[in-house]
Design a protein around this ligand. Structure first.
Ligand code: FES
Length: 79
């Protein structure tokens, strides 16, 4: 099984090749961002409809459930 290395909030994370960016973030934390009222939020639908998995990938706003993790990717939570 081949693995790839990336970072989530500056911390090194390793996931299997083909994993989603959501899986990479979940390897580090279950909190992808916070609601306006301060509640922790994370993936709900897993198919790009709820927008609860918002992250930034190399500075670009993205939905973690729709992005494939790639080597060297820099993911930031809290988007
Ligand atoms: S989990 Fe719902 S949009 Fe990603």
């Amino acid at each position: 099984m081949k693995t790839i290395a990336l970072t989530v909030d500056g911390v090194a994370v390793t996931v299997v090749e083909g994993a989603s960016a959501a899986a990479a973030v979940a390897a580090r934390t279950h909190v992808f961002h916070h609601s306006r009222t301060g509640h922790p939020r994370g993936p709900f639908c897993g198919m790009g409809q709820c927008f609860e998995c918002r992250i930034r990938i190399n500075g670009r706003l993205a939905l973690a459930c729709l992005e494939r993790a790639s080597s060297g990717m820099a993911i930031t939570t809290g988007a």
